[in-house]
Write a protein that binds this ligand. Structure first.
Ligand code: SF4
Length: 328
């Protein structure tokens, strides 16, 4: 472990290396790319998401649990896009190839249903945040003045992204490869060989001659963070699952909003850096874990960044939120 920590990365714990108890604590941590991204972006939101909303802390927070079901427009169109693509690929395997119109209409209707439901919702009468497959959009929940316009634009982006997936020649090989029954679609993954539990989800993975190809559908706009860490995590999984070497792994990012396909290769240095980063993340998560379980919210600093808070589902209960009218 010390060798891995020797890379040129910030060491959050200085000279302190984990003792046996600490190793146990780290082993219990569940790391994922989205979880570490939340912690990096706003520790307070990390607390609400992974402790208060999960009811694992001693002081339970039913409000946080309720608010955790909200989604902002970017999250929701990303979720619908993944659903539409995975459904297309699964249906196509049995010969039922949906037309572009059918795909875009379905995507549009799912998002419209969310918008209609969210607009009609009477928050004062005891909010119900889950209704079958409908999601409450926080833009409406928080009565943002431009909610309708923002969601209309997001809906158009969704339709465009689905059409790009269905028709753009840059994605043709991915569509065809994804229809192969041997390909994995929306596969939950676990990455072994690390001192903590590492979880994730692969959008699409398949074998092409000697290469392993992993595909990540991206809607863009809200992701941010260290992309190479996510790619390296896919690489670690591929090596273990397919018993292959880093040089045989290709990772495609399909940027559906822009209609672009980018390709990254994995190498040993990238993997070592990712391992070191994951271990450091897990150490920090383990340090915060007791505070989270005890409901000590003050241990989790609010980021108070207007652009981040504007997209946060927990701003109703967060005393550290930025002024919603301020701009970064
Ligand atoms: S409102 Fe802002 S500071 Fe509070 S949890 Fe959300 S992102 Fe963090």
């Amino acid at each position: 472990m010390n060798e891995q920590m020797a890379f040129d990365l910030p060491d959050l714990f200085g000279e302190q290396r984990p003792n046996a108890n600490r190793v146990d604590s780290i082993a219990k941590m569940n790391w994922s790319y989205s979880k570490r991204g939340t912690l990096e972006q706003c520790p307070r939101r990390y607390y609400y998401t992974y402790y208060a909303a999960k009811r694992r802390n001693i002081v339970q927070d039913p409000q946080a649990h309720l608010l955790s079901h909200l989604q902002n427009r970017h999250e929701r169109i990303g979720q619908i896009l993944h659903l539409v693509i995975s459904t297309f690929l699964r249906k196509a395997r049995s010969g039922d190839v949906w037309t572009t119109n059918r795909l875009t209409n379905w995507a549009e209707s799912l998002f419209s249903k969310d918008c209609d439901y969210s607009q009609r919702l009477k928050i004062e009468d005891g909010t119900v945040l889950v209704d079958n497959n409908t999601v409450v959009l926080q833009e409406f929940y928080y009565r943002e003045t431009d909610a309708e316009a923002l969601c209309t634009t997001a809906g158009q982006r969704l339709v465009n992204a689905v059409a790009e997936f269905a028709e753009n020649r840059a994605f043709a090989v991915l569509r065809e490869s994804g229809m192969d029954p041997e390909a994995s679609i929306e596969l939950p993954i676990k990455v072994g060989g690390l001192p903590c539990v590492v979880n994730g989800r692969i959008d699409l993975a398949y074998q092409e001659n000697d290469d392993i190809v992993v595909v990540d559908w991206k809607t863009g706009g809200t992701q941010g963070g260290d992309d190479s860490l996510q790619l390296a995590t896919y690489g670690m999984w591929s090596i273990s699952r397919y018993k292959t070497s880093p040089g045989n792994i290709r990772i495609h990012k399909a940027l559906l909003i822009d209609g672009n396909l980018t390709t990254a290769r994995i190498d040993d240095k990238m993997l070592a850096r990712a391992r070191a980063r994951i271990i450091q993340d897990a150490e920090l998560m383990a340090t915060l874990d007791n505070y989270g379980r005890e409901g000590i919210v003050a241990a989790f600093s609010p980021c108070a960044q207007p652009a981040v808070c504007a997209l946060c589902r927990f701003r109703k209960i967060c005393d550290g939120r930025a002024n919603p009218n301020a701009r970064n």
